[in-house]
Ligand binder design. Structure first.
Ligand SMILES: Cc1ncc(C[n+]2csc(CCOP(=O)(O)OP(=O)(O)O)c2C)c(N)n1
Length: 199
């Protein structure tokens, strides 16, 4: 990992500030109904992204996440105007305006979405990491999910598959899972039922 210097902190701050402003603007145009459909923001979690990007090798590593996906691709090098165009449903957007808020995608920049099905990105991320391990590229896949998604069978099935693969031939050190523990699954408290289930 690169050294963390004063310039790094300033760089992080500048990026985080830009991402926050970008999403604040989105919230404003959403209220004006210029952006349609759902809009899930990443506000408040920018530091997680700044740190993760610092640890990544952007020439080969990949990222996949859920629907709070507007600023990650920008951090990975996608032109913010293309992300904004996608949200406006324009042909110049990252998915030609067909994906919208939850489906920003840029294979060129190693950003694999943007997924609306809670937990849907987890087995996909595990598969991407497996592909890199299999092809010995040395690349790492970062897979983000919320604590609500942590209850999805897809997480446990992916982990189980990983155990089987490790026991046979492959070691999946290429997959890094990042769980955003906000104690909320959108508006539903995600810890209360978990505590109940543990009794
Ligand atoms: C398979 C599936 N079930 C239910 C939903 C409805 N849903 C959308 S967001 C959400 C909560 C997800 O919570 P979490 O993973 O913690 O992410 P957060 O949005 O809180 O960051 C649910 C249940 C969905 N999109 N997909």
């Amino acid at each position: 990992m690169q050294e963390i210097t004063k310039e790094t902190y300033l760089d992080w701050y500048e990026n985080m500030f830009f991402w926050r402003k970008f999403e604040d603007k989105l919230a404003a145009v959403y209220i004006q109904q210029k952006v349609r459909g759902f809009l899930h923001l990443y506000n408040g979690q920018e530091a997680v992204l700044a740190g993760a990007l610092h640890a990544m090798d952007l020439s080969k590593d990949k990222m996949i996440t859920a629907y709070r996906n507007h600023v990650q691709p920008i951090g990975m090098g996608v032109d913010p105007r293309r992300v904004m165009a996608e949200l406006y449903g324009k042909a110049t957007g990252t998915s030609q305006g067909l994906g919208g808020s939850m489906h920003i995608f840029s294979k060129e920049h190693g950003f694999y979405g943007g997924h609306g099905i809670v937990g849907g990105q987890i087995p996909l991320g595990a598969g991407m990491a497996f592909g890199d391990k299999y092809n010995e590229t040395g690349a790492v896949t970062l897979c983000y999910f919320g604590d609500g998604a942590a209850r999805q069978g897809s997480l446990h099935a992916s982990r189980c598959r990983r155990v089987i693969a490790t026991a046979t031939r492959f070691s999946w050190r290429t997959a890094a899972s990042t769980c955003s523990k906000t104690t909320a699954a959108v508006l539903t408290p995600s810890l209360i039922p978990l505590v109940g289930a543990g009794r």
